[in-house]
Ligand binder design. Structure first.
Ligand SMILES: [Zn+2]
Ligand SMILES: [Zn+2]
Length: 344
């Protein structure tokens, strides 16, 4: 069993900035080979990047698979659609968005509940299938965001870097590829999680292959469904994955731009019902920035938080426990403290 932690460990290293003295770049072919190795073993570059002297700009080689997943969605023109393929895409959107919000965010990043070591690993694997890197990388960057929220060090602040960078640019930057182990000592002590984080493309590839064979066998045994291997791959993996990615990214971009502030969280975080529906509850971002230790992000009954409802059900069957509540005073404070400036 993992003991719950009350406070987050410090994220000691700030994001590299563009004005550090950069070493001369390696020859192009060497950089390409290094990048191809990092596609498979994401920790292979960690030592060389540990000094932080890496440029804060888009790394197109490293980004190639991410771009490829987007481009692959256009092949829907050739594979067509079927109700079963669209249904699988929707189902895997909900499952993997829940894994990002309920597991990567509320467990690995904030430790708002407890579980067994075995189920912790299962949660990490399901979260990894969302193609948003490993649980340590995700949690390390997220803890850094909370520590420096909307300050110059914040890697995906719209205030500091604009909408496009906060939405997708930051994840494309070479400087942000490395997993900062110092920010996640509570997770790095589990070798199985480190392994998962290191080989973070394995499960996504297996999921893609699995989708292809699902459609392939459905076509053989239930041809009336009108699907195929390639159609299921496009809908169940590529389209679903891109939708989960951009749904998640709205939390980094739009919830620091749109919506209402009810708490003085010293940053630009806001509450948005629309984004809460898209992300299964993460749209109550101002609530969350003000009080991060709660498993709930919708503090009021009408603040729809589907991830919380799912986690509550999981607690009732014993998969997780020790769900941390929202203190009554925090709920009562909503709106009362806003006479203070919201930004420091
Ligand atoms: Zn958070
Ligand atoms: Zn935020």
């Amino acid at each position: 069993m993992n003991a719950p932690v009350e406070t987050l460990p410090p994220a000691e290293s700030a994001a590299p900035t563009a004005d550090v003295a950069l070493p001369p770049p390696a020859p192009l072919i060497i950089r390409m080979l290094r990048t191809m190795r990092v596609w498979i073993d994401s920790h292979s570059s960690m030592q060389s990047e540990a000094d932080g002297k890496v440029p804060l700009k888009v790394d197109w080689f490293r980004l190639a698979p991410f771009i490829g997943v987007h481009l692959a969605c256009f092949s829907v023109i050739w594979v067509g659609w079927s109700w079963v393929a669209v249904g699988v895409a929707l189902g895997f959107y909900v499952l993997r968005m829940f894994a990002i919000t309920g597991f990567y965010h509320r467990y690995f990043s904030h430790r708002t509940y407890s579980t067994s070591r075995v189920f912790q690993f299962i949660m990490g694997c399901i979260g990894n299938s969302s193609v948003q890197r490993g649980p340590l990388w995700w949690a390390a960057h997220h803890r850094h965001h909370h520590k420096y929220s909307d300050m110059p060090e914040d890697g995906h602040s719209p205030r500091q870097h604009g909408f496009l960078w906060s939405h997708i640019g930051w994840i494309s930057a070479h400087a942000n590829f490395r997993t900062d182990m110092k920010a996640v000592p509570d997770l790095a002590k589990f070798p199985e999680l480190v392994l998962l984080d290191r080989f973070d493309t394995t499960i996504p590839i297996l999921l893609g292959v699995g989708m292809f064979f699902l459609g392939y066998f459905l076509n053989i045994f239930w041809p009336g469904l009108g699907t195929s291997g390639s159609q299921m791959l496009v809908w169940g993996f590529f389209i679903s994955t891109v939708a989960v990615a951009h749904g998640t990214f709205t939390v980094n971009s739009l919830t620091h731009l749109w919506g209402k502030q009810v708490y003085p969280s010293n940053d630009d975080s806001r509450n948005s019902m629309l984004i809460a529906l898209i992300t299964l509850g993460e749209g109550w971002h101002n609530n969350h920035h003000y009080y991060q230790s709660s498993v709930r992000q919708g503090f009021r009954w009408w603040q729809i938080d589907i991830t919380y409802y799912g986690l509550w059900c999981m607690s009732k069957v014993g998969l997780i426990w020790g769900l941390k509540p929202v203190p009554a005073k925090v709920i009562a404070d909503a709106g009362k403290l806003m006479d203070k400036p919201a930004t420091a």
